[in-house]
Ligand binder design. Structure first.
Ligand SMILES: NC(=O)c1ccc[n+]([C@@H]2O[C@H](COP(=O)([O-])OP(=O)(O)OC[C@H]3O[C@@H](n4cnc5c(N)ncnc54)[C@H](O)[C@@H]3O)[C@@H](O)[C@H]2O)c1
Length: 352
């Protein structure tokens, strides 16, 4: 049986989802790890029984035994490591976002075009059970033409600090961290329409609210209450060439009653809510029906989605089939994210 030898680059929080999923995949071998914190890389190597702990990126790239890499580093290094890995003849799965700027994204696309290897972007929500089920209904035409979508991911208190709150390493706040997922999932389910114009706003009104007590939230390993250079709220209206539109808002902190996530799609024949729970809406016999699928996971099933994402990547690498989240999609999503930041900064609509 042919097996894909994989090296995971960046062995922080999310790497565990990649490592555990490769470990479960019979067609993959966890061959190596690299992190510029060698201690962290060695800890994962012990946990997953991995043979090689590399001392540098070059050592990973130069090792002919490595067939593929999963890039789980901070956003500021996604493009550079992706290009280096492609040039060394490796297949690449890179965590979202593809890069920090459109210029970088286009350079990665160029490198991917020159390579014969698989390049996949970590749009993990595409692989969730509820997404796959909804996509099958959409592909059968049950929603008709989707002309409006609405997505919201609001944290009332949830700026993780550390690199997430450092513009230079993250490229931005909730928009690039959370918005990337909900914008992508709407865009993917809407049939990937070309973006026409964007209006947007970003706000830095509340800071990281590190002063708030009695309520816990996820903090990065290098959390520092005194350091925060990213927005705390962003919203946008994205209009596509086919006339469809997407309304989105995301926050790291906001004076909201509770955290919430909503993903809603509205079509000519029916509608759907993907989050917080999958529901389909239709009209039959002059009656509106809310249809509740009977499934184990109606909401985003985190570990199954990662397993599906890794399985799909391994299959693409070994068989050559087009990945579910190709580099071109990463570039389009970067255009949208950068367009929102630009519209907010210029305080006017951005046209493509
Ligand atoms: N798909 C998802 O749902 C999801 C969830 C969380 C994070 N992420 C993405 O995963 C990436 C990592 O996030 P995290 O939460 O694991 O961060 P983290 O800080 O926990 O881990 C990142 C690791 O990368 C290492 N690193 C950074 N730059 C490096 C470089 N150039 N070379 C070698 N090692 C380097 C750091 O030392 C650290 O150990 C981010 O891009 C983030 O957007 C995706």
């Amino acid at each position: 049986m042919e097996q894909l030898r994989v090296c995971v680059i960046g062995t922080g929080s999310i790497s565990d989802m990649h490592l555990a999923s490769y470990a479960n995949n019979l067609h993959a071998v966890l061959y190596g790890v690299y992190d510029f914190s060698k201690e962290r890389a060695e800890e994962k190597a012990r946990k997953y029984g991995i043979e090689k702990v590399y001392d540098s990126l070059e050592a990973v790239f130069d090792d002919p035994h490595v067939d593929a890499v999963s890039i789980c580093t901070w956003n500021n290094t996604h493009a550079e490591i992706s290009i280096g890995a492609l040039k060394s003849g490796k297949h690449v799965l890179v965590e979202k976002p593809l890069s920090m700027t459109v210029e970088e994204a286009v350079m990665v696309e160029e490198a991917a075009r020159k390579s014969t290897k698989t390049f996949q972007v970590g749009f993990v929500r595409r692989f969730a059970t509820n997404t796959r089920v909804l996509k099958s209904f959409i592909d059968q035409g049950k929603l008709g033409e989707i002309y409006y979508a609405k997505a919201s991911c609001l944290r009332r208190l949830g700026n993780p600090g550390g690199w997430f709150a450092d513009q230079a390493r993250s490229g931005g706040g909730p928009l690039i961290d959370l918005g990337v997922h909900i914008i992508d999932i709407c865009w993917y389910l809407m049939g990937r329409p070309k973006v026409k114009s964007i209006s947007g706003n970003t706000y830095r009104q509340l800071g990281n609210r590190g002063n708030v007590g009695n309520l816990s939230f996820y903090k990065a390993a290098d959390y520092d209450q005194g350091k925060n250079t990213v927005e705390d709220l962003a919203n946008a209206l994205i209009t596509f060439e086919n006339g469809a539109s997407l309304l989105v808002d995301v926050s790291f902190t906001l004076h909201a009653k509770k955290d919430e996530i909503q993903v809603k799609l509205f079509g000519t024949k029916g509608g759907a809510e993907l989050e917080p729970e999958l529901v389909l809406i239709s009209e039959e016999n002059n009656t509106i029906l809310n249809i509740h699928p009977q499934m184990d996971h109606l909401s985003f099933d985190f570990s199954n989605a990662f397993q599906n994402e890794i399985d799909s990547f391994v299959e693409s690498c070994l068989s050559g089939i087009e990945p579910v989240a190709p580099v071109a999609d990463g570039v389009e999503i970067m255009k949208i994210l950068a367009g929102i930041y630009e519209a907010a900064e210029k305080k006017c609509e951005v046209r493509f």
